[in-house]
Design a protein around this ligand. Structure first.
Ligand SMILES: C[S@@+](CC[C@H](N)C(=O)[O-])C[C@H]1O[C@@H](n2cnc3c(N)ncnc32)[C@H](O)[C@@H]1O
Length: 246
């Protein structure tokens, strides 16, 4: 492994640094990439577009400080499990969502602590962007195990061909050229590989959207003061995999 990779910060270190140096709300927002409200609205709207309704069982892997959980808290019968590697973020998300029945758990391995065929959605927003491709693959195997027939794995990812990912690509290139510290790992994935993964694991590729594609419909239910009704792009590419049989 290149010596440069030793400069990468783990998420725990990154969050600790933010919490030590910033007010809690700002640290919690910055730890997941900022724009707390906007991304919560877009993630919620995207899942609704994929069929999310009250009563669904949702596993939010890499739930961070709760951008999605706070939006899903409005559904009284929705069952939610948020997983992350950083306890401080789980704590914050739990308080912010304010739902006693929502579960938030720390993960130490690439494994989903759920029974087979029990979930409607496994969401991975801005998670495969920060772990190794092989870890993402194993998470998708796990998602396939725990999803009900017809359930969906929804994940965002970075791809070189997306204009929306260009700034991150340029930062990675600068990191290689100039050997300056880039922060945490930013991983790019390739569509051809995602199709191969899906076939090998047993998923059908239901959708693949470029990061700049305005495919997310924010309706009146999802809109917020800072995000009006309309069509939006997520800013990262999005893949939806469907488990067959539903
Ligand atoms: C960019 S943040 C996105 C958080 C959240 N999904 C959202 O959209 O607001 C990435 C999150 O993934 C978490 N993470 C990093 N590695 C992980 C892993 N191996 N398993 C689960 N979560 C992980 C980080 O702690 C962080 O909270």
């Amino acid at each position: 492994m290149s010596g440069q990779l030793r400069f990468l910060l783990g998420y725990e270190q990154l969050v600790k640094h933010l919490l030590d140096t910033l007010p809690e709300d700002e640290a919690a927002a910055r730890a997941v990439g900022g724009d707390y409200e906007r991304f919560g609205v877009l993630e919620h709207a995207l899942l609704r577009g994929e069929g999310l309704r009250d009563g669904c069982v949702v596993i939010d892997v890499g739930c961070g400080s709760g951008r999605l959980a706070t939006k899903l808290a409005r559904y009284p019968a929705l069952r939610y499990l948020g997983l992350d590697v950083v306890p401080e973020l789980l704590d914050y998300a739990r308080r912010k969502a304010g739902r006693k029945d929502f579960r938030f758990e720390k993960v130490d391995a690439v494994r989903l602590p759920s029974e087979p065929s029990t979930a409607d959605f496994c969401a991975f927003f801005s998670v495969f962007t920060h772990i190794l491709p092989e870890e993402s693959y194993v998470y998708l195997e796990e998602a396939h195990r725990v999803l009900k027939p017809g359930g969906k794995a929804v994940f965002s990812f970075l791809e070189h061909a997306s204009a929306a990912s260009r700034a991150v690509l340029d930062a990675n290139l600068a990191w290689v050229r100039e050997r300056h510290i880039a922060g945490h790992l930013n991983t790019f994935l390739h569509r051809a590989d995602l199709r191969f993964w899906a076939e090998r694991i047993g998923f059908e590729v239901a959708a693949l959207h470029l990061g700049e594609s305005r495919f997310i419909e924010v309706d009146a239910e999802c809109a917020a003061p800072s995000v009006a009704e309309g069509l939006y792009a997520l800013g990262q590419s999005v893949c939806v995999l469907r488990k067959g049989g539903g």
